[in-house]
Design a protein around this ligand. Sequence first.
Ligand SMILES: [Zn+2]
Length: 288
Amino acid sequence: MKLDTNPWGRWYEVGDRVFVRRNRTLDVNAGLVLGDQRCLVIDTRSSEREGQELHRAVRSITPAPYTVALTHAHFDHCFGTSVFTDAQPECEVWSHERALAELAVSGVQQRLEISGWLRESGEEVLADELDAVRLILPNRTMSSDDISLDLGGRQVVLHHAGRGHTDNDMVIDVPDAGVTFLGDLVEQGAPPSFDHSYPLDWPATLTRLLERAGPVIVPGHGNPVDPDFVRRQRTEIAEVADLARKLPPGLEDSELEWHANRLAVGGAAGFIALRRAQEHLAELAQLQ
Ligand SMILES: [Zn+2]
């Protein structure tokens, strides 16, 4: 799919009544799926100001009541939720059950860390916006079983295929439109984000997802992609997992960097990925 060179802040219809809005901040995506009776908003962006902008954008398309689905517990996908629950107090907010647990534990910490980082970067206004975020926890959760939501004349399916970008990634399928929202299980325009990832599990998770994903795949960041793109990113993540299994444990940072710099995901992402993978290998070894 080809989007134009100034894709920010506009809805794109990527399937029948399925829209994606790319946002300049972090190139993060939000989604909107229309049914006959209600709509589904996918992710709420990273602050109340950004949530308000998204809410207005939803209302420019439809007056229908909405349900919110959060792909995972990272701030840039869920810190605008309060705008949606303020405007529609009975709003259902769905996530994986571990995303709820993660937000309950780390929401305040994420807010502190990100606002501190923004302040250090001279982004005072954005830092203030982060500090003002009211954290809203999901009020509906799913785990291993699929959840079907009826939007009126169309079903969307929420499911979880295993650990990957986090342990709480929720995928949203719109089967009748052939569109799948993968959250940060796939990223376009940047390497996959490994900070809270499970690189050893991630490739198999993508394999399971590819078995049921539609031809149009919306990543958490960047342009919509196709299944071949997801296969290529799976190969890159599998390279990390394979290398982590081959390397001896306890390598110095400089040695790990040397290996990371040879990975297709790049040195910076690769270093974090190898560290995460080695931590998990060490945990597995302890269990044996
Ligand atoms: Zn993320």
